[in-house]
Design a protein around this ligand. Structure first.
Ligand code: 5GP
Length: 191
């Protein structure tokens, strides 16, 4: 998606060998017009599927997931990472190793928000090694819901997440695909 690639080129910062910082429009400050365009693009790509629910993980998945939910007019559920006094029982949980924080988290969703009648679109900000998405897929399986596909804003194609999902024949749509970082520059993958 050219609008997104241009924004990454303009405002993204490459940190080290494999991290892209996009905190001026996605991960800290959020550009609502860009989010809205991303939501419409996810809708255009998945409108052939019978989505009933959008699923993501807090916190950085929420903005693009909400934008997708607004385009589909379907509810958005985000898995919580922190224990909450109001979220204690009747939970689906999964263990997720965080790429950026280098630590494991338990993610949780209340069972009342996901069930066998749901057709789910997973949305996340980044696809790196695929751990966050795998945790959500685990939860979808526990709920006996149907996974329709995975939409990510930015895929780092040089990390193993995309290959793992392809091997399992899971449909993935990435709005920007990064082939490599070279000398601090982002090299996009040609489709
Ligand atoms: P994965 O579970 O696929 O290894 O990593 C996905 C999660 O890690 C995303 O939800 C995102 O929050 C974070 N992440 C992975 N790579 C990057 C990156 O290059 N930049 C930023 N800002 N977050 C990333």
């Amino acid at each position: 998606m050219k609008l997104l690639e241009d924004r990454i080129k303009q405002d993204g910062q490459v940190l080290g060998a494999d991290v892209l910082k996009v905190d001026s429009f996605l991960n800290h400050q959020i550009d609502p017009d860009l989010m809205s365009a991303l939501g419409e693009e996810f809708h255009a790509r998945f409108k052939d599927t019978p989505i009933t629910k959008i699923l993501t993980v807090e916190s950085s998945g929420i903005a693009p997931a909400l934008a997708a939910g607004m385009a589909f007019h379907k509810p958005v559920v985000f898995a919580r990472k922190h224990k909450s006094l109001t979220l204690k029982d009747h939970l689906y949980t999964a263990e997720v190793y965080s790429f950026t924080k280098k630590s494991a988290n338990t993610i949780a969703i209340a069972t009342k928000f996901l069930g066998p009648d749901d057709h789910v679109l997973i949305i996340d900000d980044f696809l790196a090694n695929g751990q966050a998405v795998e945790g959500l897929i685990d939860i979808i399986a526990q709920a006996q819901a149907h996974l329709e596909g995975v939409g990510v804003v930015i895929e780092k194609s040089f990390q193993k997440g995309r290959a793992l999902l392809d091997q399992r024949h899971i449909r993935v749509e990435a709005l920007a695909r990064i082939a490599a970082f070279e000398d601090g520059q982002v090299i996009f993958k040609e489709d």
